[in-house]
Design a protein around this ligand. Structure first.
Ligand code: HEC
Length: 237
């Protein structure tokens, strides 16, 4: 979509350039042609006759007027009709880019992947859960590919809303480090947003819609209700 927009932009610039060049050419050639005749200021040259003014010239000008109106009659509705689909495709493009950045962010940092922050180090190479050393024992960073199931099947007892996902990533919890720059982490809000967009997309492939708290408002409601009963989350609006 962006490439297409760029192409249209380039075409418009090329056409505009051509127009400017032609105008300059016409002006130069016309001046040359004038140079050959007697040097009469244009205001003093004889104008069109009354007969010419009344019909051919008048009609010509009116014709241009009609053409101009016809152009706008097509142009305005076209712009208006195409606007929603243009907005949608722009939004899809933003989403696609966010997803791609999120996908790269969870991978380890490397020369090729400068966006990587390496969630996979702890959560497993495919984010399906891992094992890390924690003091004397071990901790088990959870499977993130089902994060949108939240507390509904017991896999993520402390997740009831998308805000909870943001909160864990931003502020950390237990052995999970905080990532937001507002909590001594290394990631901006946009980077965290990209990661959450990616995690929601991953979950949509692994969590049935009826239990998906990220996409299904009914599931979200049940998850919040459950969190209230279990007292797993302190503050709920
Ligand atoms: C140092 C290891 C480590 C790294 C790196 C790490 N995590 Fe975690 N993460 C954990 C642990 C351990 C938990 C479980 C925390 C707890 O409940 O005690 C966790 C929990 C989570 C949870 C909550 C899961 C749930 O079921 O409640 C999310 C979401 C999460 N991590 C996302 C991320 C993201 C995104 C990244 C990369 C930006 C990341 N983690 C990097 C160790 C890590």
């Amino acid at each position: 979509m962006l490439a297409q927009t760029n192409l249209i932009g380039v075409a418009i610039i090329a056409l505009g350039g051509l127009l400017v060049l032609t105008s300059i050419g016409v002006l130069v050639l016309r001046n040359r042609a004038l140079g050959r005749g007697p040097d009469i200021p244009s205001a003093m040259r004889p104008g069109p006759s009354d007969a010419a003014l009344e019909t051919p010239l008048l009609h010509k000008l009116q014709g241009w007027g009609v053409l101009l109106v016809a152009f706008f009659v097509v142009w305005f509705p076209m712009t208006w009709l195409l606007e929603p689909s243009r907005n949608v495709s722009q939004e899809e493009e933003f989403r696609r880019l966010a997803l791609e950045r999120g996908r790269l962010a969870v991978q380890p940092f490397s020369e090729e992947n400068q966006l990587g922050v390496g969630c996979v180090r702890c959560h497993g190479p495919e984010l399906r859960g891992g094992v890390i050393q924690a003091g004397e024992g071990y901790a088990f960073p959870p499977n993130l590919t089902t994060i949108c199931e939240g507390n509904l099947n017991g896999a993520h007892p402390q997740i009831a809303t998308v805000e909870d996902i943001y909160q864990v990533i931003e502020q950390g919890r237990g052995q999970m480090p905080s990532w937001s720059i507002r909590y001594q982490g290394a990631l901006t809000d946009q980077q965290i947003n990209d990661i959450v967009v990616y995690l929601i997309d991953l979950s949509s492939q692994n969590v049935p819609f009826e239990n998906n708290i990220c996409l299904n408002p009914d599931a979200a409601e049940r998850a919040v209700e459950l969190a209230r009963q279990n007292g797993t989350v302190l503050e709920r609006p």
